[in-house]
Ligand binder design. Sequence first.
Ligand code: SIN
Length: 357
Amino acid sequence: MTATAGTAATEARRAIVVLGMGGTIAGRAAVAADVVGYRAGVVPVAALLEGVPLPAGWRTEGEQVANVDSKDMAVPLWRDLLAAAYRHLQRPDVGALVVTHGTDTLEETAWVLQAVLQPERPVVLVGAMRPASALAPDGPGNLADALTLAADAAQRGIGGVWVTLAGRVFDARTVRKVHPMRLDAFAGGDAGPAAWVEAGRVRWLALPPAVTADAARAARIDAVLAASTWPRVEWIHSHGGADGALVRALLQQRRAALAGGDADPPLAGLVVAGTGNGSLHTALTEALAQAAREGVAVWVTTRCAEGVVVGEGGRGGYVWPVTDLPPAKARIALALELLWRAAGVPVSPAGPGKRAG
Ligand code: SIN
């Protein structure tokens, strides 16, 4: 990656590459009134860009990486997107990337891009809550906002991965989908929005610091691009009546897979969304302790929609690392950490998983 941290976009770098992944923004229904029974991931990215205003002085290029309903997001699709994004971010004429994506797993893809690429140029993810065929689709406005945000961030030398929907801007670490229907379906938890896109202008709450990646970034990217699968990490919850049976079943699968008697990859890690401040049911704790003894990596987070686990975690005296990431992103972070460790590549000092980074 050749970008220099904090370097504002130059004239030579006036392209925004729009990578299409699918989603409702590219969805179509048989009738305009149908905003539930449509098919996501149908309309090509080139068609999405038609008629969308461009920020002055910028041009766009579309590339269709995939066209899927993001509920079906998977490691091969993330790998294709990472490869495309990495390729374009190394072009001197590209100032920023925009990714059109389904909202259901958008926060996961945003985190994959941030954790792996740590891009010094801005990468903006955008989706929509109404299909392109709806009476009042929100996709074109959101896409226009994404282009505005991409150009603004590039001009200011702001890197990193951002998400915009309904005029609000969130960072990749804190953004979560919090509503299944509302047009402003995303939130940033305690952090709130980082910026707003209003009438074609971006109002940042505070300008983010420049992105500086460590020396091992390229090796981490290469390791992820070379891997056809990631270590298997499952995400479970603590809850009333949690008795650890799920963990014991997963351990049986791991033993069978390691012995060659199960074709699925063996369990390598568990992310546990604890109650409240990361507390875990005693019966679940006992099952997790067995998992850890058998070599499974265990991370704890909270199942609360906002906030992070404070201190070393909830009452109950477990010893596993606590992460500030919400469960969906913690699962990705743990899988990546295990992948990088297995490849002998240093994990980013700033993360991607445990505590701030
Ligand atoms: C999807 O995630 O692909 C469908 C739902 C949406 O984009 O809102």
